[in-house]
Design a protein around this ligand. Sequence first.
Ligand code: HEC
Length: 142
Amino acid sequence: MTKPQIWVAATLVLFFALYILEMSTKRTDEQVKPNPTTAMQQQNPQVSADQPPEKLVVNLGCTGCHGGDLSGTAMAPSLHAVKDNWSRDGLINYLRNPSSYMSSSRFEELKSKYPNTMMPSFSNIDVKVLGKVADYLISLSK
Ligand code: HEC
């Protein structure tokens, strides 16, 4: 090959390499981009309003903090007397936005009792599901 031929060949190889590189990065971009619907479903894999409430409190993770029978653990208080403090609607609101209740004196006390855990917000859960959970919690109160 003559010198100019080598230059032409080298330039072609370079363009080809860049083209391959661009194609491969494009493909990984698409693969990495999360699909929002899938992400939501993954967060709450098996929750629907036709499940029994005993199953909902497990699938939503309530039992993970409040205990298998919801009678309280070192991480979170018992839920066996919520009727003393909550109406059904109040409970649904609380589950959707627990932080808005934090300034009440009852919650100041709960916060200091369970300093390392915080009640998470369940605002992304269907209100029908939360209503079912609220009914269930109220039914646990004697
Ligand atoms: C990460 C642990 C955690 C999870 C999961 C959790 N909680 Fe809680 N929950 C708490 C803590 C801690 C408190 C006490 C308030 C605070 O410190 O935020 C609380 C408080 C509550 C209260 C108020 C109790 C009272 O005496 O007024 C209710 C009702 C409640 N949780 C219900 C639920 C339900 C229903 C679920 C599932 C949908 C759930 N929690 C999931 C930790 C948790």
